[in-house]
Design a protein around this ligand. Structure first.
Ligand code: PLP
Length: 385
């Protein structure tokens, strides 16, 4: 695919920093994701709202027919406002507050992904108050190392998420015994930014074993939710604008041994929205140090925290460079913290005050994680049609 086309003249007239979302890329991504599941009508795509809950993005994704994976009452409200039917919403999270559970019951979401036994009892009690039965799936921690950043690995036993495999049968039996709980399935999520499909193969094999255990207890499970986690290429976004959804989905298709009528859910975040989003900022100053040159931007970690938080790499491009001369820069923001660095020792065309600098692949966990630290304004967002 060609380099992402940016409307640079138009960018010049905008106040920076801002997020730019290319909806043609989003559309193509959604089409590719849907095409990958179409062969099996029991495979369903959900979008993990946490990756980006910009209302225009959510609307586009709901129009494409994906369900929503939410992790808070606020996300449930955002998903409903964007047009996701309540019946397509699942609700995960280790610390669901009572008001969030009540809201989810009132609007009749499709399923709670329950992460602990105490939570199960609270959902049962709150469902009893409303005289309803709550559909629940258990989030099982499959003890798989996702080989990704430790801050985004969630499938290991010592994580705060989910119920240990050893406790699964007890948890399911407990759920079945409760009058206001309807046990429907199992939920997994081993981590994020996973580029090695063998991790998903290991997950599928683990799910097969767990299903055998439930069979032995005569327990019927109707839904298997394998979570999200498919990674994107941050180094070479133009060559990989659309993630390989087919290879990812086929990994499950080939290994998972489904029982008759079982439904499989995916809840993808990053792979759906990362590549359509770019953070656009401006060079405020070029500072010549003794050993280093700095590009000081008007965007900082308040706008895009992934480099400071996860040491994540976002490809930086000077959209308005007027020379081919290459320089080495530390690209930094204006925040009063030494961690406010986007990239160190990065080679790019010589920059000057006023140049537009793009940070690519910023559509996931970018705008949504923005903060107002240092009393800064939240970044704007602009969408291409
Ligand atoms: N599902 C759950 C339970 C998650 O915690 C996450 C992300 O952390 C996702 C889905 C989405 O993951 P990703 O953005 O890697 O696809």
């Amino acid at each position: 695919m060609q380099n992402m086309p940016f409307p640079i003249d138009w960018f010049q007239q905008q106040t920076t920093p801002f997020y730019y979302y290319d909806f043609r890329i989003l559309q193509k991504t959604l089409e590719a994701a849907k095409k990958a599941v179409v062969e099996n009508d029991n495979y369903h795509l959900h979008y993990a709202v946490k990756a980006n809950s910009n209302p225009q993005i959510l609307k586009k994704i709901s129009q494409a027919g994906l369900g929503a994976d939410c992790v808070s009452g606020g996300e449930i409200k955002a998903a409903l406002a964007a047009g996701f039917p309540a019946s397509s919403i699942v609700f995960a999270g280790v610390g669901k507050a009572d008001w969030e559970i009540k809201l989810a019951l009132e609007v009749q979401i499709s399923c709670f992904n329950v992460e602990s036994i105490p939570e199960l009892y609270v959902i049962n009690d709150l469902a009893a108050e409303q005289g309803v039965k709550a559909n629940i799936a258990f989030r099982i921690t499959p003890n798989i190392d996702a080989h990704t950043n430790s801050k985004i690995t969630t499938g290991l036993r010592e994580n705060k998420f989910g119920i240990a495999m050893e406790d699964m049968v007890f948890a399911v039996k407990e759920a079945i015994s409760l009058p206001h709980i309807n046990y429907v399935g199992l939920h997994f999520h081993i981590g994020s930014q996973i580029l090695d499909n063998s991790r998903f193969a290991v997950l599928s094999e683990r799910i097969n074993k767990l299903q055998d255990q439930l069979d032995a207890e005569n327990i019927k499970t109707s839904t298997i939710n394998v979570g999200g986690g498919l990674g994107v290429n941050y180094e070479y976004p133009d060559e990989h604008l659309i993630p390989d959804f087919k290879k990812y989905i086929d990994t499950f298709r080939h290994i998972l041994k489904l029982r008759p009528g079982q439904q499989v859910h995916f809840e993808l975040g990053r792979s759906i929205v990362a590549q359509c989003g770019t953070l656009i900022s401006r060079v405020l100053y070029v500072k010549e140090g003794h050993n280093k040159k700095f590009l000081i931007l008007d965007a900082g970690f308040t706008d895009l925290i992934r480099p400071a938080m996860y040491n994540a790499f976002h490809l930086a491009q000077n959209l308005t460079a007027t020379t081919k001369k290459i320089e080495k820069y530390d690209i930094v923001g204006p925040i009063c913290e030494s961690s406010d660095i986007f990239i160190k020792d990065f080679y790019m065309p010589e920059g000057k005050r006023g140049d537009l600098i793009a940070f690519r692949s910023a559509g996931a966990y970018g705008e949504i994680m923005a903060s107002q630290y240092n009393c800064r304004s939240l970044p704007n967002s602009i969408v291409s049609e």
